[in-house]
Design a protein around this ligand. Structure first.
Ligand SMILES: *[C@@H]1O[C@H](CO)[C@@H](O)[C@H](O)[C@H]1NC(C)=O
Ligand SMILES: *[C@@H]1O[C@H](CO)[C@@H](O)[C@H](O)[C@H]1NC(C)=O
Length: 462
């Protein structure tokens, strides 16, 4: 055969492959990977609120249904996770190693394997170290605008100018930057140029997990705290995923570890979250594989930050009390007929800040714990970090005065009304504040950070 003919065949094959990459079923968003809803804490906020893909500032005020037209918001607390960020140095290293492996070892003939090997550039560097991405700046700006449209009486130009909006943040640059971005969303909205807004850095509140000694010793730094995770990594579901990745890449099965599968998923997730690209890395997983990966990561979160160990949620006692003492103060000030001086508190932290608090409050609790052996029966679980904790995830607590001493508390998670688990009030979605306090009575009376987090019981008095 002549060289020309070979060239022709090659061109033909390449063209055909090029076409197959772009065939989409009608109605699909070609830029959204099919597996984007399984990215756990590396997922976009838009996957949790798909209507935002069409209009990022869309707000539906009728989701709030106060029992009477008289009700008005007197205080609002928002606990917000930072926006889309770059990978941490540790994960950049993992991604670089996996990329090298694919470049050197992959023999797969699929167009996307070739694309990774020849065209895709490793652009993540260790100095990105978890910083807020441009998309993350937008996440927080947009969230601020939407919340101001949802709660116009408390998040307004007037309250902002009167310094009735307080900002508290974790010291991490991505959180400080998220706080500044939230503020910028509002100042740009109202074209405020003459005022600088403050924020307070408070790691005791927003990074309580670092400061809870018992948590750090028993869970955070304890290499044997995650036996279920270790077992699942060795189990049949994960083995099948690793095998499929190896087959797709055309590399020996032994080369693909669970850690690498995680790096592969991150490569797909970060390309999408940061650049809205459906990258060739996403082809390493089908939906079944992505669900297994999601479970692996959920298992980790469950045991490390969620219901797995009691201390996980107890480490957030300090934030729990902070929130309720602020609500109490607002309710009391309002009862006395005075103006509430802190109309809004915006607290910016991490997935690790929100998850223990959500757990303490009882959200997303399944009847059976997540373990290595019940993947199949947990298919319908409520504990799915993909839905709970995307970038810019937020828990909003809105305190309403409905007149005549009728004060109510409306919780919203990721801008959707939710009910406090186990609280069965006639007006479940906007229960009386007193009912909420009764429901959490034990925590309000106890749940002392110092006591929960100390390593040893106080010696008995002689
Ligand atoms: C707004 O929310 C209400 C109440 O949940 C719902 O009935 C309505 O369809 C929503 N409207 C839009 C445009 O989504
Ligand atoms: C904060 O964001 C701005 C704009 O994206 C960026 O220039 C700056 O480096 C960021 N700072 C940190 C500490 O991440």
């Amino acid at each position: 055969m002549t060289t020309t003919l070979w060239k022709l065949i090659l061109i033909h094959v390449t063209a055909a492959a090029g076409v197959s990459c772009c065939v989409q079923s009608p109605g699909d968003h070609p830029n959204i990977p099919a597996i984007a809803k399984y990215f756990c804490t590396k997922g976009r906020y838009e996957e949790v609120n798909p209507h935002l893909v069409e209009d990022i500032l869309a707000v539906n005020t009728s989701i709030l249904q106060p029992p009477s037209a008289q009700c008005r918001v007197i205080h609002l607390t928002a606990i917000v996770r930072h926006g889309t960020r770059y990978p941490t140095a540790k994960n950049v290293k993992k991604m670089q190693r996996f990329h090298e492996l694919v470049r050197k070892e992959a023999r797969g003939l699929q167009w996307w394997v070739r694309e990774i090997r020849t065209r895709w550039k490793m652009w993540y560097t260790e100095d990105m170290d978890g910083r807020l991405a441009r998309k993350g700046v937008e996440d927080l700006k947009h969230l601020a605008v939407r919340l101001s449209k949802l709660f116009p009486s408390v998040i307004s130009e007037a309250t902002l100018r009167a310094a009735l909006v307080e900002f508290i943040t974790s010291s991490k640059h991505r959180c400080v930057n998220s706080t500044l971005s939230f503020q910028a969303g509002l100042t740009e909205l109202w074209d405020i140029k003459d005022v600088e807004f403050d924020h307070t850095v408070n790691d005791a509140l927003m990074r309580f997990f670092d400061q809870c000694t018992k948590y750090v010793r028993d869970v955070g730094d304890n290499p044997s705290a995650m036996p279920e995770l270790d077992k699942f990594q060795q189990g049949p579901e994960m083995n099948r995923v690793l095998q499929k990745i190896a087959d797709r890449l055309g590399v020996p099965y032994a080369l693909i570890t669970a850690d690498m599968a995680e790096a592969a998923l991150y490569l797909c997730a970060y390309e999408f979250a940061i650049k809205t690209e459906n990258s060739p890395w996403c082809r390493l997983f089908d939906e079944v594989d992505a669900q297994v990966m999601e479970y692996l990561i959920d298992l980790k979160q469950y045991w490390k930050r969620g219901y797995g160990y009691d201390i996980n949620s107890k480490s957030s006692c300090i934030l729990f009390h902070d929130v309720f003492s602020r609500l109490d103060k607002a309710a009391e000030t309002n009862r006395l007929g005075q103006q509430v001086t802190e109309a809004v508190t915006v607290q910016v932290g991490h997935a690790e800040t929100l998850l223990p608090l959500l757990t303490l409050l009882g959200f997303f609790k399944d009847t059976v714990p997540l373990t290595a052996s019940n993947y199949a029966s947990q298919a319908q679980r409520s504990f799915r970090t993909s839905l709970m904790l995307p970038y810019a995830a937020n828990l909003v607590l809105a305190l309403y005065d409905c007149g005549g001493g009728d004060v109510r508390l409306q919780p919203l998670l990721n801008e959707k009304p939710v009910t406090f688990p186990g609280l069965t009030d006639g007006q479940a979605s906007m229960p009386l504040y007193e009912e909420v306090k009764k429901h959490y009575k034990d925590l309000l009376l106890g749940c002392d950070f110092e006591t929960e987090c100390q390593l040893f019981e106080k010696p008995a008095e002689v």
